[in-house]
Design a protein around this ligand. Structure first.
Ligand code: APR
Length: 230
């Protein structure tokens, strides 16, 4: 009987694909103010600026390749029931071959209506660019399917249900600073074996029962997989 292995990933997962993180030095939130590009108020104030911010990130993501960490996670599906719960809006887990990926903060390759009705209807974006003329059938402008600060996290309950069945939980590349996502790691059962992989793992607090692996994603996963598969 295959064990349930849950990956909980953040921006550090994609760092080795050349995609910058948010809070490392030089990170995205040092280059842009969150209130200018990643809140509903920013969209109301200047939808073109917000659209362009995500167009630039989508372009970079489409030019990037999954890294060894993404690929190692995809190969784990041979030996485990793998569920990837990611805070990332890139599609690198899927492009590496992971078949069960839940995006807590949305998926930059999809768009949705910017209208007042919060329907979970998403539309694939052809290419890297959303434009002001891209409208939804309801007549409202299309916006990126990204959960902005202050918005609900629609996939939260699904993520809790997955974590409650975890036999192994591997947290990779997240500073655990953004809630409610960060709180999810406490919902795994007592019996779950928990690991956290991060080069700066000693610089932030993580639950004491998590086994800490101070390494980047691909190195740390390579080392851990040897341990858990044996
Ligand atoms: N391998 C693994 N981890 C890495 C690597 C790497 N090569 N490089 C950096 N890291 C780690 C950093 O040490 C840090 O702990 O990745 C983490 C990145 O943290 P953040 O930049 O805060 O990203 P994240 O935790 O994913 O942010 C959560 O905040 O801005 C919002 O919605 C956005 O989903 C994002 C959320």
């Amino acid at each position: 009987m295959k064990k349930n292995l849950i990956i909980f990933s953040g921006a550090g997962m994609s760092a080795e694909s050349g995609i910058g993180t948010f809070r490392d030095s030089g990170g995205l939130w040092e280059q842009f103010r969150i209130e200018d590009v990643a809140t509903p108020e920013a969209w109301k104030r200047n939808p073109n600026l917000v659209t362009d911010f995500y167009n630039q990130r989508r372009k970079q993501i489409m030019e990037a390749q999954p890294n060894n960490a993404h690929l190692l996670i995809a190969t784990l599906e041979k030996d485990f029931h793998v569920f990837v719960i990611t805070q990332n809006i890139d599609d690198l887990h899927e492009r590496a071959g992971s078949t069960n990926t839940l995006h807590l903060h949305g998926n930059i390759r999809l768009s949705k209506s910017s209208g007042p009705k919060q329907e979970e209807k998403y539309y694939p974006i052809e290419g890297w660019e959303l434009t002001p003329n891209d409208k939804c059938a309801d007549g409202f402008r299309l916006r990126p399917h990204v959960v902005w600060f202050g918005e609900e996290v629609p996939a939260l309950n699904d993520a809790v249900k997955i974590l409650q069945e975890a036999d192994i939980l591997i947290v990779i590349g997240t500073s655990l600073q953004v809630y409610p996502a960060a709180g999810l790691i406490h919902t795994a059962p007592e019996t779950c074996k928990c690991y956290i992989i991060d080069p700066n793992v000693e610089e932030f607090s993580s639950p004491s029962h998590f086994i800490k692996i101070k390494a980047n994603a691909s190195e740390g996963l390579r080392e851990l997989i040897k341990r858990i598969v044996d």
